[in-house]
Design a protein around this ligand. Structure first.
Ligand SMILES: *Cc1c(COP(=O)(O)O)cnc(C)c1O
Length: 424
């Protein structure tokens, strides 16, 4: 029986949890915990939803690699023809190392340094998604000094409410992102006047874990208003980039399928006479979120007067979403625990912070030594992992049919302080 929202994750007749047919408990035994496990098929299926809906239209799918930037994940998408949305020079080097075509990379982010701009111009990225007038001027200077023209899109803040968590909403007036809608026309005039810039598009990104179509259609409508105003002044815009942000099912959310979203966007473009324009999308979470799980071993059960704690060997440094966004992520035992009664547990890690929790008030039948899986951990999981409490980062596995690839080895504790020096 497959789990809702997780087409490649299933419980077999014995109650064993399997991803692409592989027993997760066995993988944990063989490779240790905490362990990230990804399904390549699940990633490619998610991508195929976008690809199907965009077929026959001028388009570019740019995977927002900050969601999961493991080289094998990037390689999987690059081979499938994907472009990438990057937000730093580090991401640029990483994605080039994974085989990305520079001409399919868009460079987002509010704080691009001159060095990052130079490198991106050198390799020839498709576009800089510029977020402020200051950045526009700096990019023009950097490009001029190199004798280049930098391709630019302006990230416009459409001031729509994506109806999502305040920390992951980015399209409202009081966010740090983008150029305010009513200042965008003037910014386009300025960009068009700078000879070392070539204006090629417009973009927005209104937030993350969005579960409704309306905010997207509102934002696209606002962008198209601007496109018309900009083109009326003789500044041509080849593409419209609507960003990423489509949500996934963590519990009972029912976000539109990628196909539904893209068809609705394309329809609005057509209806308003913009069907010829290239449509760029920048999905992150919706391509990888439900393709991955985080496995942890139960260490101790600590029943208490008001709370019961189930202490596992994965922590906030491995998966920060619950601690940072109060995100709810499903936690499932990987196989039935014989003779164990269910109880209500707060599933917590060993880090010395009360905020170090993975799930609260979860009904689970577990015993020490059992393996549990945190679901929907393929996005913003390992990518946000750190080393707090000198905890080496988890290993990562990519399943591909029968094959099991270790795509990142478990970090060694000595590597954590290898760059540090004792005093003489
Ligand atoms: C994070 C981000 C995305 C992807 O967001 P998801 O919610 O993971 O789809 C796309 N574009 C930009 C500019 C981003 O910052």
């Amino acid at each position: 029986m497959t789990l809702p929202g997780h087409p490649h994750l299933a419980r077999d007749a014995q109650g064993e949890l399997r991803l692409e047919g592989h027993s997760l408990a066995d993988l944990a035994r063989r490779h240790g915990t905490p362990l990230y496990v990804y399904s390549r098929a699940a990633m490619l299926d998610a991508l195929a939803g976008y690809q199907r809906a965009l077929e026959g239209l001028p388009h570019l799918i740019c995977y927002a690699m900050k969601a999961n930037s493991n080289l094998a994940v990037l390689q999987t998408f690059a081979r499938a023809g994907c472009g990438f949305d990057i937000v730093s020079g580090g991401e640029l080097e990483r994605v080039l190392a994974a085989g990305a075509e520079p001409s399919k990379i868009v460079f987002s982010g509010v704080g691009k340094t001159a060095a990052e701009m130079r490198r991106a111009l050198e390799v020839g990225v498709h576009c800089f998604n510029v977020e402020s007038l200051g950045e526009l001027e700096r990019l023009a200077e950097v490009a001029a000094a190199m004798g280049r023209r930098a391709p630019v899109s302006l990230r416009v803040n459409p001031d729509v409410d994506a109806g999502t968590h305040p920390y992951i909403s980015t399209g409202l007036k009081d966010n740090k992102f983008g150029i305010p809608h009513d200042e965008a026309l003037a910014a386009y005039r300025r960009a068009a006047a700078l000879p070392s810039l070539q204006v090629i598009g417009i973009d927005c990104h209104i937030g993350s874990q969005i579960t409704q179509l309306e905010p997207y259609l509102d934002a696209l409508g606002r962008l198209l208003d601007l496109v018309e105003a900009v083109e009326a002044e003789g500044i041509a815009l080849a593409h419209v980039d609507v960003g990423g942000g489509l949500g996934i099912t963590y519990t009972d959310e029912a976000p539109p399928a990628p196909e539904t979203l893209v068809r609705a966007l394309a329809e609005l473009m057509r209806a308003r006479g913009h069907g010829h324009r290239e449509l760029i999308v920048e999905p992150g979470r919706s391509l990888v979120g439900n393709a991955g799980v985080l496995l942890a071993e139960v260490q101790y059960l600590k029943p208490g007067e008001t709370k019961n704690f189930c202490i596992v060997d994965a922590a906030m440094n491995d998966l920060v979403r619950p601690a940072m966004y109060e995100a709810w992520m499903a936690i499932e035992p990987c196989r039935p625990s014989a003779g164990t009664a269910a109880a209500t547990w707060d599933v917590v890690g060993p880090v010395c912070e009360s905020g170090d929790w993975l799930g609260r008030d979860r009904r689970l039948a577990v015993a020490p030594g059992d393996i549990v899986a945190v679901l929907s951990a393929g996005a913003y999981g390992m990518a946000m992992a750190g080393n707090y409490n000198s905890r080496p980062r988890a290993a990562e596995i990519m399943l591909d049919g029968d094959a099991v690839h270790v795509v990142r080895e478990r970090e060694d504790a000595r590597a954590l302080f290898a760059l540090e020096r004792l005093l003489d």
